[in-house]
Write a protein that binds this ligand. Sequence first.
Ligand code: IPM
Ligand code: MG
Length: 369
Amino acid sequence: MASNRKILLLPGDGIGPEVTRQAARVLEYFDKRRIASFEVKEDLVGGAAIDKHGTPLSDAAMKAALEADAILLGAVGGPKWDNLPFAQKPERGLLRLRKDMQLFANLRPAFVFAALADASTLKREVVEGLDMIIVRELTGGVYFGEPRGITNLPDGSRKGINTQVYTTDEIVRVARVGFELARKRGKRVCSVEKANVMEAGVLWREEVTKLHAAEYSDVQLSHMYADNCAMQLVRNPKQFDVIVTDNLFGDILSDCAAMLTGSLGMLPSASLGATDRNGRRKALYEPVHGSAPDITGKNLANPLASILSLAMMLRYSFDMDNEAKLVEQAVAKALAGGARTGDIAQAGASRISTSEMGDRVLGELQKLA
Ligand code: IPM
Ligand code: MG
């Protein structure tokens, strides 16, 4: 019988394969214990795909992605491919996946594990207990807006253009994801734009306000300009429950929020499409961190963001909330037990490798089960 949990692994570049391997071990664990069976395939994305196929995402890999129930991606990009023309860069592979699968809602939680409150660059009291989530619009805005490009001007100088564009539908569908999430959490949504300088921001604010009044008045809605939001994130991040924002602001603010937790190496994400008639949705899960070329291949990277991305997959794609919680608890226990990769270790504290961190999490899973 074909598995109804088809997973495509796209480890990608840099530390991607190392961290994805540790997340795959967690899947294998559930499989072996017969808790759930998964059909796991693997393909190339990013620079790895460029080296093999001359393109950052082959049509075969795109097809496999569309057939999968969920994708776990590692990271894309690296210095080797930095000088390629824009349209051939590794990042285009990831952007094509997001666009062609219409993964419009990107969930980026920022959660501070108790054991790591001191790993943040901010004071313990500012970040301790932080539990917020950014919902970033992922298939519109300036990332994809037309016109775009670089043109030559008559005087010999050049012009670079990108366009910020949003339609009602694009705003409403992502805002809806934010409100729905808030209902299951702290019931507060903060919508973020630059309505003071951008028409797309004015529209954003108006549409979110309308949707709120029509369907979500049980949720508390506030609005904030993106620059202020950046400031509030480092001043008092615990004021936020759910932030809903556009593609570019979400990119920037989520890096900022990630760092509150101590390390970019800790943060998972989920990119979700619309729910179809059967209640299923296309989904891609990936760590927020990048390919980290400086530590690639050294077994030093922190695999927890990938493992936590897998937990999000269990929760959002496979309705396995209990197993997702188990994985999250195993991570928390491993951290409480002192397991630290270099990125989250205090000066002088001992550090473990990528695979040892995987061992620790699996060990805790076994104890919990
Ligand atoms: C992210 C990354 C990507 C983005 C890059 C790799 C294209 O920064 O997922 O946040 O800008 O969206
Ligand atoms: Mg980013």
